[in-house]
Design a protein around this ligand. Structure first.
Ligand SMILES: Cc1cc2nc3c(=O)[nH]c(=O)nc-3n(C[C@H](O)[C@H](O)[C@H](O)COP(=O)(O)OP(=O)(O)OC[C@H]3O[C@@H](n4cnc5c(N)ncnc54)[C@H](O)[C@@H]3O)c2cc1C
Length: 357
C-alpha cells in the first residue's frame, strides 16, 4: 500500500515515520513550510494543566509514547532535538500555592508535582507566593527534527517540495491503490476536501530573547513561559488570539510581552527574534483523524492545537496502525464526530429552508 502524506509538519513527519516503520511505501509532499505551526512553536510539553491543576488528557500514556518515539528518532537521524527538562511554576497567589501543596499528594499528580526549589528562580525572579517544580516536562527542538527527517526522506526519494491544490489532488487519486493523508495544520480551513472539519486557527507569537544574567537548566512558567535553549538564550511566549487574519508578528504584542516579563524578571532582557504562527485548534481540544466520508482515498490527521509535541507521537503510531488495518480508530479523536454534526446541522438547515419556502 502507498501513502501520500501532504504536509511535513510534526504531524505529517511522525505519521510518515510510523508508516515507514510498518514497512509501507510513503511519499511526503510539503510546500516548504510556508504556513507551518511546527517551525514557530516553542516545542514545550507539560503533563499538568495549571488552570485546574490536574493531569492533562491522557498524560501518562502520551508521555511514554513521546519518550519512545523521539528517543528512537533521534538515534535514527543522529540529531539531538529531544530535551526532557523540569518546569518551574511560579505561583500566582496564595490560593495557587495551597492548591499545589494539597494536590501534590494526589495519586494522579504525585509523580509530576514536587516541592523542590530552584535557586536561580529564588534569586532572580519576583515570586512573592513561591514556586513548585513539575517533572515529566521538556521541550522539543522541532525545526531540527523536521530538517533531519526531511533530509532522510530526500535521500530515499520520499520527499517532494510541492503545493497541493484541487487539481494536483486529482493526479494523486489516479494512483488508485494510494491513500492520501492530509496533515496540513491550520490550512485545513482552506482545503476543499476537509473544510467542514472545524480546525480553528489560533494565532500565537513567540520571542527569542537573551537573558545575560540568567543561567538556568529548567523552564519557567508564570502564565507565559521561558524555555532555555542554550548560551543564555530563551524562547519566550506565547500569546493566543482567535480571529486574527494578519499572520505577521506585531511590534505592539512584543512590547506587551516584554512588559509582562519585566514584572517577574526585573533584569536585563535582549530581544533577538520574533515569530508568529497559527495553532490548528478544535472546539473540543482533541485532535481529528479518520477517513473522508465519501472520497475514501482521503484521510485527515490534524487538530493538535497547542499540545502537538505531547499528543502527536502516540496518535501517529495509533493512526498508522489504523491505516494499516491493524487497529480500530479511537472514538474520541475520530473525525466522524464532526461529520455527524455537520450532517445534522446541514439537515436542520435544509429542513428549515423547506419550511420557510
Ligand atoms: C506560537 C506557537 C507556539 C506553540 N508552542 C507550542 C509548544 O510549546 N508546545 C506544543 O506542543 N505545541 C506548540 N504549538 C502548537 C504546535 O506548533 C502544533 O500543535 C503542531 O506543530 C502542529 O503540527 P502540524 O504538523 O499539524 O501542522 P504544521 O506544523 O502547520 O504543518 C503543516 C505543514 O503542511 C504544509 N502545507 C499546508 N498546506 C499545504 C499544501 N496545500 N500543500 C503542501 N503543503 C502544505 C505547511 O506549510 C506545513 O509545513 C505552538 C504553536 C504556535 C503557533
Amino acid at each position: 500500500m502507498k501513502f501520500y502524506i501532504i504536509g511535513q509538519g510534526l504531524a505529517g513527519s511522525m505519521l510518515a515515520y510510523e508508516l515507514l516503520e510498518l514497512g509501507f511505501d510513503v511519499m511526503v509532499l510539503d510546500d516548504g513550510h510556508s504556513a507551518s505551526s511546527s517551525m514557530v512553536a516553542a516545542g514545550m510539553w507539560n503533563p499538568v494543566t495549571f488552570k485546574k491543576l490536574s493531569e492533562s488528557w491522557m498524560a501518562s500514556t502520551l508521555l511514554s509514547a513521546a519518550d519512545k518515539s523521539y528517543t528512537s528518532l533521534e538515534k535514527k537521524l543522529s540529531r539531538k532535538f529531544y530535551h526532557p527538562m523540569e518546569l518551574v511554576r511560579i505561583f500566582t497567589g496564595n490560593l495557587a500555592a495551597n492548591d499545589w501543596e494539597e494536590k501534590s499528594v494526589h495519586p494522579e499528580l504525585i509523580s509530576y508535582l514536587t516541592d523542590h526549589q530552584d535557586e536561580a528562580v529564588k534569586e532572580m525572579f519576583h515570586q512573592p507566593f513561591g514556586h513548585g517544580i513539575v517533572a515529566g516536562s521538556g521541550w522539543l527542538d522541532i525545526p531540527t527534527l523536521l530538517h533531519g527527517f526531511r533530509d532522510q526522506l530526500l535521500s530515499q526519494g520520499r520527499y517532494e517540495k510541492r503545493t497541493i491544490t484541487a487539481e494536483t489532488i486529482e493526479e494523486l487519486e489516479e494512483d488508485q491503490d494510494a491513500n492520501v493523508v492530509h496533515c496540513i495544520g491550520w490550512k485545513a480551513v482552506y482545503s476543499g476536501l476537509f473544510d467542514w472539519v472545524p480546525v480553528i486557527p489560533n494565532k500565537g507569537e513567540v520571542l527569542t530573547i537573551e537573558l545575560p544574567k540568567l543561567g538556568m537548566n529548567r523552564m519557567v512558567n508564570f502564565g507565559n513561559f521561558i524555555v532555555p535553549i542554550g548560551q543564555h538564550k530563551f524562547r519566550f511566549g506565547a500569546t493566543y488570539k482567535l480571529n486574527e487574519p494578519d499572520p505577521n508578528p506585531q511590534t505592539e504584542t512584543a512590547r506587551e510581552m516584554l512588559d509582562d516579563l519585566h514584572k517577574v524578571y526585573p533584569q536585563e532582557v535582549v530581544l533577538l527574534d520574533h515569530k508568529a504562527g497559527y495553532r490548528p485548534t478544535t472546539p473540543d481540544r482533541k485532535p481529528v483523524m479518520g477517513q473522508h466520508p465519501s472520497r475514501k482515498q482521503h484521510w485527515i490527521f490534524n487538530g493538535f492545537g497547542s499540545k502537538g509535541v505531547l499528543i502527536i507521537p502516540f496518535f501517529a503510531k495509533h493512526f498508522a496502525e489504523v491505516l494499516a488495518g491493524q487497529a480500530e480508530l479511537n472514538g474520541e479523536v475520530n473525525v466522524q464526530r464532526y461529520w455527524n454534526r455537520t450532517v445534522q446541522s446541514h439537515a436542520a438547515l435544509v429542513s428549515s429552508f423547506r419550511e420557510d419556502h
